[in-house]
Design a protein around this ligand. Structure first.
Ligand code: 2AM
Ligand code: CA
Length: 273
């Protein structure tokens, strides 16, 4: 059997073409307010575009790979029950849906490839500023075709980015903002971008020294996890445990130095779960 990484490499151009076309669709279809639907929880929106893009990505990837599974944010009926076994695409059709709805023009299409639960490739495309991040395990990360390699900066040397989606509000709000106050005082400044995938990719490009969010779902970070690791960064849960691909977890991505600093700050504020 062909090694799954080789199969991604062989089809890389085609995969990127599919994702680019999905991103262009997102950019050219700003949502009508009547199309916005609420899912369970606060600010948990889905637009018709989220659903359409995921459907299109699944159809086109299925044509290319014939035998593959999916784990997507929308239309979960299309997710195979055993979705993470074998070759599986983790799809976030629009990461930054709230940004998309409010016309922030800061959202992306995110597609990660896993094999038996191990991430082997990631593709994140932001059509608004034409940034395409792509990584295959063992082959490095490229941004618009240019190889990325991050410098091991400390917290004090960089910008900290964090996510605080309102659905995350499960009692850790005070802790999160206490942590963020420390990170604000210990870094150059802080940002909240509204797209976890793009914020983690910005760690890979060196724009962010660290990215932190207390709860995300696997499709939010699947693709970007490979992108940041292959650029020389690290990604884990805030307590240093490995990220999980079968359930939500917290995310801390960054340089080796800065993530160690942030981990010890988090440990002072977060309850052991
Ligand atoms: P989304 O735009 O695809 O929903 C912002 O803090 C990050 O949190 C975004 O990447 C956003 O992804 C994610 N997010 C917001 N609500 C979410 C939810 N209900 N489930 C998973 N991720 C969510
Ligand atoms: Ca998402």
């Amino acid at each position: 059997m062909e090694h799954p990484v080789d199969s991604i490499i062989k089809n890389r151009e085609e995969i990127e073409k599919i994702i680019r076309s999905a991103g262009q669709f997102m950019k050219s279809h700003p949502p009508q307010i009547t199309e916005v639907h609420r899912k369970e929880g606060l600010t948990n929106f889905v637009t018709d575009e989220d659903v359409q893009i995921q459907k299109k990505l699944m159809e086109e990837l299925k044509n290319l790979f014939l035998c593959c599974n999916f784990y997507g944010e929308e239309d979960t009926q299309g997710n195979d029950k055993d979705g993470r076994k074998g070759l599986c695409f983790f799809i976030d059709p629009i990461d930054g849906t709230t940004n998309f709805i409010f016309g922030y023009n800061h959202s992306c299409v995110s597609v990660g490839a896993g094999y038996d639960g191990q991430m082997i490739a990631g593709f994140v495309y932001d059509p608004y500023v034409e940034l395409f991040y792509s990584a295959v395990r063992g082959y490095g990360t490229v941004l618009n075709g240019i190889k990325l390699q991050i410098r091991n900066s400390s917290l004090a040397e960089g910008i900290v980015s964090f996510g605080c989606a309102r659905y995350n509000n499960e009692g850790d709000t005070d802790a999160l903002f206490q942590i963020m106050k420390e990170l604000y005082l210990g870094s150059l400044s802080v940002r909240e971008g509204g797209s976890a995938a793009l914020d983690i990719c910005r760690v890979a490009s060196g724009a962010n020294v660290v990215y932190l969010e207390l709860k995300l779902n696997p499709y939010d970070y699947a693709a970007a996890s490979v992108i940041v690791e292959e650029a020389g960064g690290v990604i884990s849960q805030v307590d240093g445990l490995p990220i999980t691909m079968d359930r939500p977890c917290s995310i801390l991505a960054g340089t080796q130095k800065a993530t160690e600093e942030v981990r010890s700050i988090c440990a002072r504020y977060l309850r052991k779960k």
